[in-house]
Design a protein around this ligand. Structure first.
Ligand SMILES: Nc1ncnc2c1ncn2[C@@H]1O[C@H](COP(=O)(O)OP(=O)(O)OP(=O)(O)O)[C@@H](O)[C@H]1O
Ligand SMILES: [Mg+2]
Length: 243
């Protein structure tokens, strides 16, 4: 396993946000993490990237215990995160924002920049525009592009489709698939459970800080409890679309 999270507990003050989360992500996989608002999805990603300390448990990345490694070293080790919301630098241009993503790397970044512009032609067109004046969807792309500039081995994506129009949602899911196809492992948090499960190899369901289900994504798509809770009831969407 590339990434192994075992029994991780995280508190905000006295409130337990994670109560012993165990999950793993293998090299080359897309793993989805789904769950209701407040279930602990963002906290799980932040804990993996080193933005929240663990109260219990451990995180092993590529065979190495990184539970106490500071966040900036985890970026160098190969853990990349595109945060929930945007978290880009509004006063910097698109290109400057992208270059910030590679600050920790040595050597030329021209190849990575060209790859990001190939994945997101919109960013290439707007390379001199200030980040803060990009639209919501464009800022989302910029945040993902910036995370890719660090050449992560695993990319943590927190709600990449949030706030996007349906056509852009499809585009973002296509791009995630493309990024994975180029060799980057992905841990994906999504409210858009249907599309996330269609894209992912495996998935975990998080409820109030605990993993309550884990299975191949295709199985969860057919799971009555998952359908009722996260996929808009027992409506047979695919069947309806095919008729
Ligand atoms: N900075 C914080 N201070 C206090 N409590 C927090 C903080 N951040 C998160 N929490 C609490 O921790 C729990 C998990 O929050 P988290 O943001 O991980 O949920 P989530 O699954 O990402 O939800 P959403 O789908 O709404 O983004 C929630 O109960 C939340 O209120
Ligand atoms: Mg969240």
């Amino acid at each position: 396993m590339l990434l192994e999270v075992t029994g991780v507990a995280v508190f905000y003050g006295k409130i337990a946000a994670l109560r012993g989360v165990t999950l793993s992500v293998d090299q080359g996989e897309i793993v989805a993490l789904i769950g209701a608002n407040g279930a602990g999805k963002t906290t799980t990603l932040k804990t993996i990237s080193g933005l929240r300390p663990l109260a219990a448990g451990r995180i092993v990345f590529d065979g190495r215990d990184i539970s106490r490694m500071p966040g900036h070293k985890r970026v160098v080790a190969g853990i990349g995160q595109a945060p929930e919301g945007r978290g880009i630098f509004p006063g910097m241009t698109v290109e400057e924002n992208l270059l910030m993503g590679s600050y920790a790397r040595k050597g030329s970044v021209a190849k990575e920049l060209a790859e990001v512009y190939e994945l997101f032609p919109r960013l290439a067109e707007r390379r001199s525009q200030s980040g803060g004046t990009m639209s919501g969807g464009e800022q989302q792309m910029l945040a993902i592009g910036r995370a890719l500039m660090a050449k992560p081995r695993v990319l943590l994506l927190d709600e990449p489709s949030m706030g996007l129009a349906p056509i852009l949602v499809n585009q973002i899911f296509d791009i995630i698939s493309e990024i994975n196809g180029r060799g980057t492992t992905i841990l994906l948090v999504e409210q858009n459970a249907q599309q996330a499960l269609q894209l992912a190899h495996r998935a975990y369901v998080l409820e109030t800080g605990r993993v309550v289900k884990s299975a191949p994504a295709s199985e969860l798509l057919d799971d009555p409890e998952v359908r009722a809770a996260y996929l808009g009831g027992d409506l047979d969407v695919e069947g309806a679309a095919g008729q």
